[in-house]
Design a protein around this ligand. Structure first.
Ligand SMILES: Nc1ncnc2c1ncn2[C@@H]1O[C@H](COP(=O)(O)OP(=O)(O)O)[C@@H](O)[C@H]1O
Ligand SMILES: [Mg+2]
Length: 237
């Protein structure tokens, strides 16, 4: 399959091995600008391994392209400079830094655009404004998740990778977070979303890929999967 020249993120035959454990097997998919692609699957299916491989955080084979240009020879920092941002599982907010510092640490730019980016993130997550001076360790789980996503948005990414961003969020906050991903995609970002929280992910996604033991077992428009009755059976097969 030739993916050369495609806009957005294109993965071709990605494989991840952990010393004999094959976590991802020759997996291919694309995420165009404006799309939200949901990567669904049971615990251990290989979702985290795939998104971490795309960010360059675990070694992989295969081809990773952004707008037709190969990324696989670059490390995570260089991939970030080229427009990839990653929200890892379990948040990773710096406890000793304030919320403002946690956000600004991601924007490697001069003062003026940094301020404009901060304003944009606060426009998306108004609740962050009152928290700007609070230290990371004082935040609730939901607040930390907002900061983690806000930090990725400070990079104004062209591709946003998220690993189970709704994990540990109260349903109302998770709904808000998913809604925000929709806004982000509408502004032209390509979003790849690994989730176990299937229904709300399908509600905002354009495409869905079900992954089982590291391989895609189903790739469909999200709306089609949303109508399927027993999603659990599909995952566990
Ligand atoms: N660092 C690691 N070392 C060895 N095996 C791992 C490591 N991380 C994940 N795995 C294994 O790879 C497979 C896929 O895991 P993972 O990508 O975390 O799946 P998911 O995110 O879908 O739960 C599992 O069998 C898991 O045990
Ligand atoms: Mg995972």
């Amino acid at each position: 399959m030739s993916l050369m020249g495609a806009r957005g993120l294109a993965l071709s035959a990605i494989a991840v091995d952990y010393g004999g454990v094959r976590a991802v097997r020759e997996l291919s998919l694309t995420v165009a600008p404006g799309e939200i692609v949901a990567l669904l699957g049971a615990n251990g299916a290989g979702k985290s391994s795939l998104v971490r491989a795309v960010m360059g955080l675990v070694p992989s084979s295969g081809r990773i392209e952004l707008d037709g240009r190969a990324l696989q020879s670059f490390g995570p920092e260089a991939r970030a400079r080229r427009g990839l941002a990653f929200v890892p599982e379990g948040r990773r907010v710096f406890g000793d830094l304030t919320v403002r510092e946690n956000l600004e640490v991601a924007a490697r730019t001069r003062t003026a655009p940094r301020r404009a980016r901060l304003d944009r993130v606060i426009a998306l997550f108004p609740a962050l404004e009152a928290l700007l001076g609070a230290r990371g360790w004082t935040l609730s789980g939901g607040e930390q998740q907002m900061v983690a996503i806000g930090r990725a948005l400070m990079q104004e990414p062209r591709v946003l990778l998220l690993d189970e961003p709704s994990l540990g969020l109260a349903p109302a906050l998770a709904a808000k977070m998913f809604e925000l991903l929709g806004v982000l995609a509408a502004s032209g970002a390509a979003v790849l979303l690994a989730e176990q929280n299937v229904r709300p992910a399908l509600a905002i996604a354009t495409h869905a890929h079900v992954i089982r033991r590291g391989a895609l077992v189903k790739s469909v428009p999200a709306a089609e999967l949303a109508m399927a009755g027993d999603l659990g059976a599909l995952f566990l097969g």
